[in-house]
Design a protein around this ligand. Sequence first.
Ligand code: KIV
Length: 297
Amino acid sequence: MSAQSPTSRVTVNSLRALKASAQPIVMLTAYDFPSAYLAEAAGVDCVLVGDSLGMTVLGHSSTLPVTMDDMVRATAAVSRATERVLVVADMPFLSYQVSIEDAVRNAGRLMAEGGAHAVKLEGADDDRIMTVEALVAAGIPVMAHVGLTPQSVNVLGGYRTQATDADSAAELMRSCVELERAGAFAIVLECIPAEIAERASGLVSIPTIGIGAGAGCDGQVQVFTDILGLGTFTPRHAKRYADVGEQIAAAIGAYAAEVRDRSFPGEGALTHVSNDVVARAEIVYGEMDLDDDEEFE
Ligand code: KIV
């Protein structure tokens, strides 16, 4: 069952209501018109325009090179493709870490130019808590993101599971409570032990959305290319539900073969004119002055 009827928009309140009624929230990333259109048609509640687009569609080796312009363009395409889901846009690296003013201005761009309904940002240190408060005060709903925060991959020393010892697990649980107090409407829990994710989810009344964090979260998020087999590898926390990549490669191969044996384009893809038009075109062509060289000297 999805969050709302097909015609009404999923809101931050409807996500909270899903948690209250113990119905899992379904979130999927999308990066362009077709992926967003398909995600909505399949009935997801929430589309995340993730900065994972840096790796999944732009070919970078991390999310760090993703720019505000990349995110605004992708978010606008996703917004144009959808009318029911909640569209959450990721704030890219350095769009919110330098100052609160930057954060409000950049989040505002994602909403005003991109059409996002909410933004997501990573971390829960004191500066980030203040940023969340400022964004919410400016009328911008914030989805928080703790655990493995890919924009801090160089500080974390790699894409590793987080909160694996008692101190860091307790710190993560405290972060969730502080993020709720700061006004976040949901929290992504990425790559943390299932036991900790379940406990953190029980500590807050806002929904937690897990990725690599177990079924005890209030919802799940997956990356579009991971679940469809469109990437070069499938991370451990992902499940491949289809091998669309193989189907696409086979279809492109079939197209290439038909071009090479001239069976494409066939009659269905052609237009014709009468022999009379062809004959007259040849006469007109023959009368044309084709010696343009002098004009360009
Ligand atoms: O960018 C992204 O796709 C994300 C999800 C993995 C949560 O942040």
